[in-house]
Design a protein around this ligand. Structure first.
Ligand SMILES: Cc1ncc(COP(=O)(O)O)c(C=O)c1O
Length: 396
């Protein structure tokens, strides 16, 4: 158990962990059960509305899930959290709990493709309108605002263009208009950035990425105040049923214990690699918030630079689609795959992979050229990662 006064690293190790009072096990056991036996006393308490410590059915809650949520809350500065079976289910549930047919959402223009498809396909079918903003300026927001606007949505650092959101501005603007501010903080993790501290109302993560960090599960989380979370848990969470398995929750509890150490390595490797990429003449452009050439370097410095600038680096290879394809197919050490935030370095071409289902015109509007490569820098030795990139660049 940890107190709120503890530092981040101490909370990452201890928060949420109860161990096992029966055996003395330090690591809490996993509760692999779908249902729970009642006693008449428990049932009477439950029916009277006192649900504390009472578990009923695994779709609504599980002790391992509770431990994980407590750890995430301690690290994110949130009152309550709800874990889900994927990042997409966390995003969908969080949004669907506050928007309904006839409502309107304002979103940053570049979002993860799953979120983009949710906004443009499913929301359209549900008669929920979304306005995408290329720049989150006061002028653009005022222009986009409608009487039925319910949510202002953004990624803390956009996927894959690495634009940095100004959280204080977003939180204050949304509050002043009675709109809920929601941030996908997947690229940063609570080690680097805690949007709730800036006044953001709701934070979502794909825990598949940095929070778990080991590439062995799919998961998501919503973090907010108690009322917001309890409203989701008692309604659409129950009905749609996106509950993660206790095993995924247990693995995540283990993964999160090293979040601070992993993030330091990701950040330091990413900075070394971004600086090296900047010097290569076969590279057109390097995007990394830690570089002075990044348009929002000063904002990034203020919001998270003291700890690091993240493990994601995007760059544009000369030669467009062909250049990028040649480069990527000659990579040997890094894994050529979607996803990010794992221990292994991962490389992908957004135009053909994560954002491949989005039309070329839309991709251009989002700032995703065909030659763009997104690198999720792992925790290997940076010299080996550079050597791999160098030999692949020779093919371009
Ligand atoms: C920024 C961001 N948000 C959400 C998701 C979706 O997460 P999941 O794959 O866990 O559903 C992803 C997946 O890559 C992502 O990059």
């Amino acid at each position: 158990m940890s107190s709120n006064e503890h530092k981040f690293a101490t909370k990452a190790v201890h928060a949420g962990q109860h161990g096992d009072p029966v055996t003395g096990a330090v690591v809490s056991p996993m509760f692999m059960t779908s249902t729970y036996e009642y006693t008449p006393e428990k049932m009477a308490r439950y029916l009277a509305g006192d649900k504390k410590g009472i578990f009923t059915y695994g779709r609504s809650r599980n002790p391992t899930q509770n431990e994980l949520q407590n750890k995430i809350c301690a690290l994110s500065g949130g009152e309550a959290a709800l874990v889900t079976a994927s990042g997409m289910s966390a995003i969908s549930l969080a949004l669907l709990s506050c928007v309904h047919s006839g409502d309107h959402v304002i979103s940053c223009s570049t979002v993860y493709s799953g979120t983009y498809n949710l906004f443009t396909k499913i929301f359209e079918e549900l008669n929920i309108e979304v306005t995408f903003l290329e720049e989150m300026t006061e002028e653009a927001l005022e222009k986009a605002l409608k009487p039925n606007t319910k949510v202002l949505y953004a990624e803390s650092v956009y996927n894959p263009t690495l634009v940095v959101s100004d959280l204080k501005f977003i939180a204050e603007w949304a509050k002043s208009k009675g709109v809920i501010s929601m941030i996908d903080n997947t690229f940063m993790s609570p080690y680097l950035l805690r949007p709730l501290e800036y006044g953001i109302d709701v934070v979502v993560h794909s825990t598949t990425k940095y929070l778990n960090g080991h590439g062995d599960l799919i998961g998501g989380v919503i973090i907010s105040n108690k009322d917001f979370i309890e409203n989701i848990r008692s309604s659409i969470y129950q009905e749609l049923g996106p509950t993660p398995s206790p095993f995924s929750c247990w693995l995540m509890l283990r993964g999160m214990k090293t979040l601070h150490i992993r993030m330091r390595e990701h950040c330091s490797n990413a900075m070394t690699i971004a600086k090296w990429l900047e010097k290569q003449d076969k590279i057109e452009k390097v995007i990394y918030p830690g570089l002075e050439s990044h348009p929002q370097h000063e904002l990034a410095k203020k919001q998270f630079g003291a700890k690091g600038y993240g493990g994601m680096v995007s760059f544009v290879v000369k030669g467009g689609m062909e250049g990028a394809t040649r480069f990527i197919s000659n990579i040997k050490l890094a894994k050529y795959c979607v996803s990010l935030g794992d221990l292994d370095t991962m490389i992908q071409q957004p135009a053909t992979m994560t954002h491949g289902k989005i039309s070329p015109t839309e991709r251009e509007r989002m700032g995703i050229p065909d030659g763009m490569i997104r690198l999720s820098v792992g925790i290997e030795d940076s010299e080996d990662i550079i050597h791999d990139l160098e030999q692949a660049l020779e093919s371009v």
